[in-house]
Design a protein around this ligand. Structure first.
Ligand SMILES: Cc1ncc(COP(=O)(O)O)c(C=O)c1O
Length: 351
């Protein structure tokens, strides 16, 4: 791999006050795709602005996909990465849906390892901090017609991120969105593509302005089945069983979702991946059977949900307290990620 070094490295930030996604490391990975040639010129170069034609297709028709994953530093200095190939396989499924070419998962995995290894001093070590890894791909042909592009770039940038809950984990208030939709069957909901997020912003801002931390999306056709929460998947513990939305094309197949399902099944829970109406959730609460609700995602790992508000009707879950399953899942998954708990599933790569 070609590595173009910087003359002077950046000063490292205050690692005890990082926030999310505002600081970028010294280097980035980049490679180009040209129809007929395939992927060419993989390189690591100094992080910085790139030059594109104003007519680059991504600006006009949004052919873009991305991923989000993290590298963790263990107490012994090892770098630990979690389920990287699953993220890259998902990038390829997103690419397929958006009419974009596939990447070679093993090659890009090696490139990410090389980049993160080069930047290992940027991985913060305080509890619950990590180095966020953002691979993304976009169409660059200078052309204004609507068709699949023939040239793309794949880039990977890195950002040290702080604890998601600097003041400790607190259950969130969630607004059940009944006006806007995020995705419909046959659409792009299961792809990680910028347009899905652009389409979600208005509802998110509306919920934020009303004092909620996120929206719970309902299905796009009947607006009655629960789907996902912001940028995470939603789980409901009802009378001892776990329910989460099925993978039918409208929700993102979360890596943390799959991780949580495997662990809970291992623990003996019945996990149903099935359609469930918001009315069923409310009915369970009325009968005293709605025990816990939580969201899963790379950013927060496991996030307890304390209340839901649907058409003006608010229900509290577990008296706004973190449930025992939510807490145990958070501790188990983060324990595997940071290396304080054994990894029986072989999800971790160490270097
Ligand atoms: C829409 C959406 N749903 C769910 C998730 C959770 O996925 P993961 O667990 O792979 O981070 C994300 C975050 O990536 C997301 O953007």
């Amino acid at each position: 791999m070609k590595i173009i070094k910087r003359e002077i490295l950046k000063d490292k930030p205050d690692f005890s006050n990082l926030g999310f996604g505002t600081i970028f490391t010294d280097y980035m990975f980049m490679m180009d795709y040209e129809e007929g040639k395939g992927w060419i010129d993989p390189r690591i170069e100094p992080y910085g602005p790139i030059s594109l034609e104003p007519s680059a297709m991504v600006f006009h028709y949004g052919q873009e996909t991305f991923e989000g994953l993290k590298a963790y530093k263990a107490d012994n200095g090892d770098v630990r990465m979690f389920r990287v190939k699953d993220n890259l396989a998902r990038l390829n499924r997103s690419n397929d849906r958006m009419g974009m070419p596939a990447i070679d998962v093993d090659f890009v995995f090696d490139a990410i390892k090389t980049l993160v290894d080069l930047e290992r001093d940027w991985i913060p070590t305080k509890p619950e901090t990590s180095l966020y890894v953002r691979p993304f791909m976009f169409a660059i042909d200078p052309f204004l017609g609507v068709r699949a592009a023939s040239q793309y770039k794949l880039m990977v940038i890195l950002s040290p991120v702080g604890a998601y809950y600097p003041e400790g984990m607190n259950p969130t208030k969630i607004y059940v969105e009944d006006e806007y939709i995020r995705a419909a069957v046959g659409g792009t909901g299961e792809a990680k593509t910028g347009g899905n997020y652009a389409a979600s912003i208005k509802a998110f801002e509306k919920a934020r302005a009303a004092g909620y931390s996120q929206v719970l999306w309902l299905d796009g056709k009947e607006k009655k089945y629960v789907e996902e929460v912001g940028t995470s998947n939603a789980f409901f513990k009802i009378d001892g069983r776990i329910v989460t939305a099925p993978l039918e094309g409208t929700i993102l197949p979360g890596i943390t979702r799959n991780t949580a399902i495997q662990i809970m099944r291992e623990w003996g829970f019945e996990v149903d991946e099935r359609r469930m109406t918001i009315d069923e959730v409310y009915a369970a609460e009325r009968r005293g059977l709605l025990e816990e609700v939580f969201a899963t995602g790379t950013a927060a790992v496991i996030s307890p949900i304390g209340s839901l508000t649907y058409k003006g009707d608010t229900i509290e879950i577990n008296r706004m307290k973190i449930g025992s399953l939510t807490k145990k899942l958070y501790e188990t998954i983060t324990g595997i990620q940071y290396g304080t708990i054994e990894d029986p599933f072989e999800w971790i790569t160490i270097f």
